[in-house]
Design a protein around this ligand. Sequence first.
Ligand code: FES
Length: 515
Amino acid sequence: MRITGTGHASMRIDTGAGSILCDPWVNPAYFASWFPFPDNSQLDWESLGDVDYLYVSHLHRDHFDAAHLKRFVSKKATVLLPEYPTSQLEDELRALGFTSFLKTRSNEVHELDGGLKVMIQALISPTDGPIGDSSLWLEHDGVRVLNQNDARPTDLSVFAELGHVHAHMLQFSGAIWYPMVYELPQAAKTAFGKQKRDRQFDRTWRYIDDLKADHVFPIAGPPCFLDDELWQFNDIHGDEGNIFPDQSVFLSEYAKVGGTNGVVLLPGSVSTLTAESIETTHPTDVAGYFANKKAHLEEMRERKAPIIAAEKASWRHPEIDVLGELKKRIEPLLEESIYLAKGVGGPVRFDLVAYDGEAVESIVVDFPGKQVRPYADEKVRYRFRTQRELIEHLIFIDEGDWVNSLFLSCRFSAARIGQYNEFVYAFFKCLSEERLQYAEGWYDEHEKSVDAEDTELGGWTVQRRCPHLKADLSRFGIVDGNVLTCQLHGWKFDLPSGKCLTSVGHQIRAEKTSS
Ligand code: FES
């Protein structure tokens, strides 16, 4: 089996029974904020795109690059489609010209021509990707690979049961706006960022340890930020609170916990994998490349500046009545929303900064009042501040997922009272009837499924499944004093009160174990 690195989460896998291109991403994503690093735009995409199968793990724009798929990937390729509750991924791929689809069933092995076996696990909670994220397992000729990509399954047992895995590709770096965009004192931001960076690595070690593959490939990030406004997010400033450590940092951190089987793929690197061995060639020296990271980024910044400028020029639509349009689009959804609206529980304010950089229009999405209206000098749960033109553009393109556009762009700042509230972001990724209905139904079922099973942890009897996304706490839970941390996403719970310390709601059932 041959695995060619094609940048970020992307790779091409060649087997004796056909080739698979995974998640090709080249064009900037999220309002021209994210670029792949190292740069992969110079690869021979005509050849790389001439494949038998295409796997797009999910719709996040650093995995689903519509322009690139349209131009470079053979429309004869059969799409290996994850089993998602909405048809959006299939619809978007059909719109690009793909016609052949293998609709996989989640966690079922499918045998393709030539003895190539594939299995896709689809994660479908409203907090997984843009309602859906997935991992691809495959086997050919006795060699097994798990491309976990950036999915966060509760555990990897379903893959481990299919036999020893030889290569495990997974995310290790950050891919979110927290804590950078929050309006906090720098010291607090650094402390939160450091916690997050540590947690990302801990989660990665746990997954690696779960599967015990022969070789581990750090993939799916970090992106790089080439716009001057976002340059500070690159991990080149010696900031220990930066959440975007790169593959070379992965290798050194991994070595500290005894990891010696890491394989970094640059765009153009090729690993030849058998059940017994691996040989990897690189287009350039890997350590040397990362040692010169800043210079590479500066060179990219200059080269990509015209792309960013062209994108920015397309965002302004001054003719749009933002308040009126948001009312028209969001109020019907607020009216239908029970769980998400209750979960948000208060008004959310958007401060829109006009072109002159000074005038600000304040709009409130009032979840309890079910309306969108001007801000009325009230207390709000969340406040976002961004450029008016970004919201104009979201309205102009009829964007139904503001996480997969505005929030991941990091082109905003935020303040909140109290804890993180996942329902705020879940709502703004569900700005379509289909998605909202799905998310409401999911929370409804989730709420009703009483998890009766318990487990013993650190002198406490607690419900076995995490109230967040049902991770098995007998494996992911750690108790320190009266606080339980679920290591899957790092959420914390105060055991005596059962209160979730990380997000609103999500009470845990816990009792001191009698001795
Ligand atoms: S499942 Fe997310 S923190 Fe436990």
